[in-house]
Design a protein around this ligand. Structure first.
Ligand code: NAD
Length: 268
């Protein structure tokens, strides 16, 4: 990663922030985006303390003009872009029958269109560098999950988009990685949207039992170095993908039972 430039969207917490540290400690110069000035400043301070050369850029990933500006500022500051990590994301916990349509739109705008916008503006620079485009998808990008229709749809869309793009870019030697973490300790379940679009505010699971964001970042760094096409994390995640491929009807029942057991689950 020495002297490479890595852009991480939504990098002010969880997996994104851990990636900024991991790629930075591997020698990369990192650019981190986020919507919250205070969290960006805090992330910037952490990177400074670790001696990591970086920039922070305030931007909403679902906003096309913001996404264009992020790439301008990245290339303006460092002259190139080698690795784009499409990480910014939001989740939901509500049955489709109860959810406002705005919830589904918000998830598609952030998780899917956020990836499309940033990738579009980054692409000429990534092609020039024969670099990498990473999508942080989810097990929900392989297997639809109850209470998470919009989230699952956004991650399936992301995976279809990146698979098609990978094929288009084969002649240019661009690497595309679809990474699917399993349950990972982060803010994703606190910020997940409820049926009315408000944030859930708490996690229904024991975050301490999950893979850490730092461990996910280490796996991602290795997968980028090895130019892998996909990465599925956690034993439970791998098992879900495997069972869904070979025993989909059984997996329907297992997944339903699993999500019914979550604290305060909307899944009946
Ligand atoms: N934590 C998990 O269990 C898990 C599992 C699978 C996949 N993921 C994916 O990993 C990625 C990172 O999530 P995380 O778990 O670190 O959660 P997180 O909530 O800690 O991080 C998500 C980041 O995205 C940012 N973000 C959200 N909307 C944004 C927007 N419109 N513009 C800019 N930034 C925005 C948030 O502010 C936050 O910094 C997400 O794409 C998520 O779907 C997480």
């Amino acid at each position: 990663m020495k002297d490479k430039v890595v852009l991480i969207t939504g990098g002010t917490s969880g997996i994104g922030r851990a990636c900024a540290v991991a790629f930075g400690q591997a020698g990369a110069r990192v650019v981190v985006t986020g919507r919250d000035e205070a969290k960006l400043a805090e992330t910037g301070q952490q990177l400074t303390q670790l001696g990591i050369q970086h920039r922070t850029v305030r931007a909403d990933v679902g906003d096309e003009a913001d996404s264009a500006r992020v790439i301008e500022e990245t290339v303006g500051a460092f002259g190139r872009l080698d690795v784009l990590v499409n990480n910014a994301g939001i989740s939901m916990r509500a049955l489709f029958q109860d959810a406002d349509l705005e919830v589904i739109k918000c998830l598609m705008q952030t998780n899917f269109f956020g990836t499309v916008f940033t990738t579009k503006f980054a692409l000429p620079h990534i092609i020039a560098a024969k670099g990498s485009i990473v999508g942080i998808s989810s097990i929900a990008g392989y297997r639809g999950l109850p209470g998470r229709t919009g989230y699952s749809a956004s991650k399936f869309a992301m995976q279809g988009f990146l698979e098609a793009l990978r094929t288009e870019l084969l002649p240019q030697g661009v690497h595309v990685l679809v990474a699917c973490p399993g349950f990972t300790s982060s803010n994703i379940r606190q910020t997940a949207l409820a049926a009315d679009g408000s944030a859930q505010g708490e996690s229904p699971r024991d975050e301490g039992q999950m893979m850490s964001s730092e461990e996910v970042a280490r796996h991602l760094l290795r997968a980028v170095r090895q130019r892998r096409r996909d990465l599925v994390l956690t034993a439970q995640g791998k098992l879900t993908v495997f069972l869904n491929k070979w025993l989909p009807a059984l997996t329907d029942k297992l997944v339903l039972n699993h999500f019914r057991k979550e604290e305060g689950s909307p899944v009946k």
